[in-house]
Write a protein that binds this ligand. Structure first.
Ligand SMILES: [Zn+2]
Length: 342
């Protein structure tokens, strides 16, 4: 039975359904998006439509081991739902909703940035010069390769999308959890490695020995990390610290070319301003990792931040902010090389 609810002070496009307050139905009501109202006018949160599956949100203690990651988030978990319902849950409210959307929106932001950059720096020009697929240095009268810049944008988008898929699908089964986590790790590695390319390629375009040294080293590092993360043992608690150290070392190794850049080109405005962007990027990533590791604020008030405000959501936002800072730095590197050549 449907009723108009315009007279209700707190109504927000609410649909009224005929329902009962039995515990079975209450539990089934945790699936769909829109708040619904029962005849008495009481607003039910996390309401659900009857489905063939047992698609209810559960508490932490009801989870299988492979879904137990944060004991300070107590409720609103999806657990081993059918694939279709798992995919559709992108539009419903649960404790992963904001984790999914923070990186999905980040992905679209980078898609727009890529389009914007392509209007500033077309990928082809009617200028003589080297192949854009070469590691050889460009000079001012030749075409400056764009691929390192676009490689970074592609790496950032891959990372954001794989993270989004991981948060959406990992609850479906232990297999999807294992698979999407591998993509998530690969995405982090690819973001870190691809971040080096515009920095190193453009800053050291005229110092090919260092340019190639840095690029080959970080690429090898990244491939090793991705291969290591494919091993099941990498996922075990015993290797959790090793995993974090590996990613942290890979990211921290970016300090070497940045310091080298300042030593070699510290008198140039582009080098200084881009370093400021890189420092802000480092702060975003650093604070994000600390918040993620400390699991605050949910540690202080378990259960209060299940839906919104838990550490992983802050971590995601800071990752997007850090990646955007590196985008600004990369634009500057490309402009610098475009203007000056070697
Ligand atoms: Zn995440």
């Amino acid at each position: 039975m449907c009723l108009e609810v315009a007279t209700m002070a707190s109504s927000v496009c609410l649909e009224i359904i005929s329902t009962s307050s039995s515990s079975t139905e209450e539990s089934e009501m945790q699936f769909l998006i829109s708040p619904r109202v029962i005849e008495s006018g009481k607003i039910e949160k996390n309401t659900a439509k009857k489905t063939n599956c047992n698609c209810e949100l559960v508490d932490y203690d009801s989870l299988p081991e492979f879904l137990k990651h944060n004991e300070f988030i107590l409720n609103h978990y999806r657990s081993e739902w059918p694939l279709k319902q798992t995919i559709l849950s992108i539009f419903s409210i649960h404790n992963e909703t904001l984790n999914i959307w923070t990186h999905l929106i980040g992905f679209f932001i980078f898609l727009i940035l890529t389009y914007h950059a392509s209007t500033l720096f077309p990928t082809s020009q009617n200028r003589s010069g080297n192949s854009s697929n070469s590691l050889s240095a460009s000079t001012s009268d030749t075409f400056v390769s764009r691929w390192p810049f676009y490689l970074y944008l592609a790496g950032a988008m891959f990372c954001l999308l794989s993270s989004c898929a991981c948060h959406l699908l990992s609850c479906h089964s232990s297999f999807t959890c294992y698979l999407t986590l591998r993509f998530d790790y690969a995405g982090i590695s690819i973001l870190i490695v691809s971040s080096f390319y515009p920095l190193v390629y453009y800053c050291f375009a005229c110092l090919p020995f260092y340019r190639n040294l840095y690029l080959y080293t970080i690429t090898l590092f990244g491939i090793t990390t991705i291969v290591a993360s494919l091993l099941p043992v990498f996922e075990t608690a015993k290797f959790r610290a090793a995993r974090a150290v590996l990613f942290a070392c890979m990211a921290a190794s970016g300090l070497v070319p940045i310091v080298h850049k300042m030593v070699a080109f510290g008198d140039k405005k582009e080098a200084v301003v881009s370093t400021v962007y890189e420092v802000v990027m480092g702060l975003c990533y650093g604070v994000g990792v600390v918040v993620y590791g400390a699991r605050v604020p949910e540690r202080w008030m378990p259960g209060k931040f299940d839906i919104a405000g838990h550490s992983h959501q802050f971590f995601h936002v800071l990752v997007v902010a850090g990646a955007y800072m590196h985008y600004l730095a990369s634009l500057m590197y490309l402009q610098w090389r475009e203007t000056e050549g070697c």
